[in-house]
Design a protein around this ligand. Sequence first.
Ligand code: NAP
Length: 397
Amino acid sequence: MGNTTVGKDIQLTDLAQNYNSILFAYGSSQDRDLNIPGENLPGVFSARQFVGWYNGLPEHSGLNPPLESCETVSIIGNGNVALDVARVLLCNPDQRLKSTDITEEAYSVLKKSNVRHVRIVGRRGILQSAFTTKEIRELINEPGVAMTKIDERYIQPYRGFINLLDRSKKRMLQLIEKTSKAYDPLVVKEQNLKTFSLDYLLSPVTFYPGNTPSTLSATEFNINVLQQDEISAPAFAVTTNQTVRLENDLVFKSVGYKAVPIHGMEQLGILFDEKRGIVPNSLGRVLIHDSNGTIDIGKGLYVTGWVKTGPTGVIASTMREAFEVAESIIEDFYSNKLNIDLKPGFEGVKDKISKSTRIVNWEDWQKIDQAEINNGQLLGKSRNKFKTIEEMLNVLD
Ligand code: NAP
């Protein structure tokens, strides 16, 4: 199973014929959209592209956001991805990134960056912040970076309720409040610190182009109020008729990811929830439309990872989900729910795939891995990633 990719010469139906079971584990490869004016301007990047770029994904090579011409950046959304983006934008590249496996391209762009302030914007309130306390603490403790004072109106509504909050929310609120109180603009000036702010109850409505083709001038936000029946009830952002226009040179959208269906799923009757970007399932068992059009469990079809759950959870929770799916597979095997006829597996699809694709097996992958590590040693880094698939394949020829 692990050797096979679905491409132009290999279809899911070919896999279904040659394997007893298929496990979809391909994650969320696309951005959620905001669908607002200006979203396609060159100064609006998605966090997914940016993270892919500094991590060396070939599809994002050459992204090179114009950080040299920017001072203020807004990040839309306040999940852990937003904080990752903020940290990379604000940290000292020489001290924090140089020896890591960040691409040389990203390192050199970040080294020339003139970004001084990152505004992290949530559409709901402080208690609905999507980041975890561990990650916001890491950003707060980033050397050379200070969090600016938080607007009192975000915290004030909760003062009377702090003891009713669950432990993690309470700790998060206390940490933010303490950090906000400690903010001193004089220290920021004297020590030439970079800054970030946590802004809340703002939904972007328009991005405005800037003076250069690659930058922005501002983002207009709707000002929201929070609708929540009681402290433990779900909280919704409700827009007011007021807007605010905040200057920024660049925007990163960090509003989540979504998975897309694989070509051929429909032919196998596999359901796909376009809205959530997931394959509907029962404990990892894929749901299909059977020949009568009713919804059933697809024999030998499984799903795991973000294409199962949606883009949520830290690595440990994704692993836990994967163990559950493995248990479902084992259970089906021992209760004779899997087809156990002898099928050719990879041998049955190999010729078709190799017509258009250079097959990379485990030994090949190890050679590419070793080449990246060796190249990194020359630069004093843990590895130097190849920028393109062609460069990777060159190691093998
Ligand atoms: P996320 O945690 O789901 O955060 C998405 C953010 O986007 C939320 O603030 C959400 O606000 C906002 N949002 C969504 N739609 C919006 C819209 N139309 N307008 C304005 N804001 C909108 O997603 P993520 O940051 O991409 O992270 C994905 C998962 O990976 C998370 O579970 C995260 O914890 C995990 N992760 C973990 C780490 C780590 O452990 N170090 C690092 C990176 C990612 P609402 O809450 O109001 O919807």
